[in-house]
Write a protein that binds this ligand. Structure first.
Ligand code: AMP
Ligand code: MN
Length: 266
């Protein structure tokens, strides 16, 4: 990947092929630069590659993620939007480093920066890997819970793209907009309904029902939301690195009956 995964795009595609995957979307955060390498590998391995991206969005005061599938990676409007989203990341990371230093953990920015393969795409995952590898926290799940989510010492607020803007970039680039891992936002029923309404009004078409971030009890819940809001259902591993949480490539459960798969017309 070209954002916060540990495998290169080519290695990721090779791993997917090994796991028996036939169709794979590469969805780096705010970045499409890895797609060309992934496409070459996909041709070698006989995998169908979907050009994707995952855009960071600020909705009300919260950060959510919107995936674009089948985007034209070179579309000028999308490229400009992604560049704008990336442009704040390094400064945000410096603030995260300062916040962690204040909490008694010095050197986090430099360490996280060194771990980021794409220097304008430094993010929380790089800080998380540093905190785990330095022995401060036992695993990635715990490090987010204790340090990197709202209210915790290493979290800083940040203004990402607007929801309607991000969906418009995806649509203009010929893609389908999908609300990523809705179960992870911990929104509560009313806010979730507001988000789904705003997403739909903006032109959003799909929602992840099955994802590496959803527990088994969340899958039917979001299948019902998909049906109620007339949204297509998507499935994503959220795979970042071997053994790091998320789901192994090719190991997703099927969509529940009644869902309309987003790939139905592909
Ligand atoms: P960023 O774009 O810098 O905010 O980082 C987002 C990354 O952090 C994504 O790749 C997520 O997989 C990861 N992430 C966010 N929240 C969590 C969480 N609660 N547990 C594990 N990983 C998380
Ligand atoms: Mn995400």
């Amino acid at each position: 990947m070209a954002s916060d995964g540990v495998l290169t795009p080519g290695e990721l595609v090779a791993r997917a092929a090994e796991q028996g995957v036939h169709c794979l979307a590469l969805t780096d955060h705010d970045e499409t630069r890895g797609l060309a390498e992934a496409r070459q590998a996909a041709e070698v391995h006989g995998i169908r590659l979907v050009n994707g991206v995952e855009i960071s969005v600020t909705w009300t005061t919260r950060t959510i993620h919107v995936v674009g599938l089948h985007v034209d990676p070179d579309h000028p409007g999308l490229s400009a939007g992604l560049a704008l989203n990336r442009s704040g990341r390094t400064e945000r990371a410096r603030r995260m480093g300062a916040a962690l230093a204040e909490a008694g953990i010095p050197g986090a920015f430099d360490a996280a920066y060194a771990l980021a393969p794409n220097k304008d795409l430094i993010g929380r995952t790089h800080f998380a890997r540093f905190l785990v590898s330095s022995g401060r926290v036992k695993d990635m799940k715990t490090v987010f819970k204790k340090f990197l989510v709202k209210g915790k010492p290493g979290y800083v607020s940040h203004q990402w793209a607007d929801l309607a803007e991000a969906v418009a970039w995806i649509r203009a680039a010929g893609g389908q907009a999908v609300l990523a891992h809705p179960g992870r936002y911990d929104l509560g029923r009313d806010n979730l309904r507001r988000l789904l309404t705003d997403f739909q009004d903006a032109g959003g078409q799909g929602i992840e029902v099955v994802t590496g971030s959803h527990g088994p009890d969340q899958v039917p819940v979001f299948a019902r939301y998909a049906q109620e809001f007339g949204l297509l259902a998507s499935a994503g591993s959220d795979f970042h690195a071997p053994g790091e949480g998320g789901r192994e490539l090719g190991r997703l459960i099927p969509l529940p009956p009644g869902c309309k798969p987003i790939w139905q017309d592909w």
